[in-house]
Design a protein around this ligand. Structure first.
Ligand code: NAD
Length: 494
């Protein structure tokens, strides 16, 4: 069985790691490889190499960094098929969906190709007699990323292209469930001309995460994952003086108003709830049907859920693959059962689904629950599987109040034909990313991604301008040429 190793200082290595974890093919329900789990001493080795590499990379020209990013972008295009198959085989999602995350991740590299523009500072001429002021930003040093299983390549790409293009060296600890895509990325960076030690992959579990959080040689940590771990990472990372950006879980609501095109809304809700087997932080897990929209919406959703073709993600023609682990499958099944027990109407029941020839796979079909209420666990918990709950309310005001009372505030959407309702919705909801007739409003690379409330711990969203700010710090320089006589007063303009 293949062992997936680390990438330290431009070389594949086992370092001092002896522990391993199985890496599953979720469609087969079988371990196909094992991944090394780093010890704190491995993190030390990696950070030492990254620190050494920073001495020259932190001083490299913008032209050199940009050239590497352009070359890396081309290699991501060239290896798209291979990456998509790797992602599908370890995560379970269908290959076309994996391609989608590669494309969206690659857009961050494209943003990083223009980093020279994003790093331009300001200049104020003659702020006082013979005095000018300018500012510029510098990299932090060694920075680290800790990423979740559900986007094996896109979420790491939210981080490292911007960190590296701004002059930092980057240590990635990907999810131990989906390690292979990041190992290939390390080789692509090397081929693109990135110097050794600038991009590192340390595979591992909590031991590696804790070593990163405690390491004095790491200046900043980017985390994306579940809310409890985001809170933990934020608390421990900031306690050791690091900058931390920590993005957490979600429970995203899509509101459907009676004036919406119901067929269009149901189409998008179906894709957003069941695509990637619901394992997206921007998945729609709650539909809020307003007034008379309810019955018609349920009828179309039921029909569309029945049309979803479930099977291995790497086989052509499937819409939805398995969930990532047997534990995840169990959690989905238990959530539907609890929903029924607590009074929800199970309109579509995916619990018994079996895929012929793949009986051991972690498959579960789409489930649709109607008449969900806010007290039910199906409403309150992030199921992170193919379960769409429908809450019925009478007015847009009630829908907005519902969303605002929720623990999470990652993404939300409204389906309507009314500009006035859409405008009120976007102004009043306490959520970071909003779609108007768009179900998964993931911002483009040149904007920043981040939720509100328990979906983002701390204050830094990720990528775009917020990413550039996160990975750099500013200096403001006040210059006088030539020197004039110094006064004793606090300096003011003259
Ligand atoms: P997770 O929190 O279990 O794991 C994320 C990372 O933390 C992994 O690298 C893992 O190794 C590490 N980790 C896990 N347990 C740890 C512990 N006890 N101590 C230290 N480190 C630990 O998340 P996941 O299951 O891989 O991913 C799914 C979650 O991520 C969902 O909650 C989803 O909403 C969230 N997510 C959020 C966003 C966003 O942008 N807000 C994006 C993608 C995923």
């Amino acid at each position: 069985m293949k062992t997936i190793d680390h990438w330290i200082n431009g070389t594949a290595t086992t370092a001092g790691s002896t522990r391993t974890a199985p890496v599953y093919d979720p469609a087969a329900g079988q371990a196909r490889a094992k991944v090394l789990l780093a010890e704190p001493s491995d993190v030390d080795t990696a950070v030492a190499a990254a620190g050494k590499a920073f001495e020259s990379w932190g001083d490299s020209s913008l032209s050199q960094r940009t050239r590497v990013m352009f070359a890396f972008r081309e290699l991501l295009v060239k290896h798209e098929d291979e990456l998509a198959r790797i992602i599908s085989s370890e995560h379970g999602k269908v290959v076309d969906d994996a391609r989608g995350e590669i494309v969206r991740g690659r857009e961050i590299v494209e943003y990083a190709c223009g980093i020279a523009d994003a790093l331009k500072g300001g200049f104020s001429d003659q702020v006082s007699r013979d005095v000018d002021v300018h500012d510029f930003r510098q990299p932090l040093g060694v920075v680290a990323g800790i990423t979740p299983f559900n986007f094996p390549i896109m979420v790491p790409l939210w981080m490292h292209p911007i960190a590296i293009a701004t002059g930092n060296t980057f240590v990635l600890k990907p999810s131990e469930r989906v390690p292979s895509a990041s190992r290939l990325v390390a080789e692509l960076y090397a081929e693109a001309g990135l110097p050794d030690g600038v991009f590192t992959v340390i595979n591992g579990d909590k031991v590696a995460v804790d070593a990163i959080l405690e390491h004095p040689g790491i200046a900043a940590v980017s985390f994306v994952g579940s809310t409890p771990i985001a809170k933990y990472v934020h608390e421990c990372g900031t306690a050791t003086g690091k900058r931390v950006q920590a993005l957490g879980g979600a429970k995203n609501h899509a509101v459907v108003l009676p004036d919406a095109d119901l067929e269009y809304a149901a189409n998008h809700l179906t894709a957003a709830a069941f695509g990637s087997a619901g394992q997206r932080c921007m998945a729609i897990s709650i539909g809020v049907a307003v007034g008379s929209a309810g019955d018609g919406l349920i009828e179309i959703l039921e029909r569309k859920a029945a049309e979803i073709k479930v099977g291995p993600g790497y086989d052509e023609g499937n819409d939805m693959g398995p969930v990532v682990t047997e534990a995840a499958r169990r959690r989905v099944i238990d959530s539907v059962a609890l929903g029924a027990e607590q009074g929800a109407t199970v309109v579509v029941d995916g619990r018994e689904l079996r895929v012929a020839g793949h009986e051991g796979g972690f498959f579960v079909g789409p489930s649709l629950l109607d008449n969900v209420t806010t007290e039910m666990s199906a409403y309150r918990e992030e199921i992170f599987g193919p379960v769409l709950g429908i809450v019925r309310v009478d007015t847009l005001d009630e829908a907005i109040a519902l969303i605002n009372a929720n623990q999470y505030g990652n993404g939300t959407a409204v389906f309507t034909g009314s500009g006035e309702a859409a405008r009120r919705f976007q102004r009043e909801v306490k959520v970071g990313m909003i779609g108007v007739n768009v179900p998964i409003p993931v911002p483009m690379s040149y904007y920043s991604f981040g939720g509100w409330k328990d979906s983002l711990i701390g204050d830094s969203p990720i990528h775009g301008p917020a990413g550039v700010n996160f990975y750099t710090r500013a200096k403001v320089v006040t210059t006088r040429w030539p020197q004039s006589a110094a006064g004793f007063n606090f300096p003011t303009s003259s």
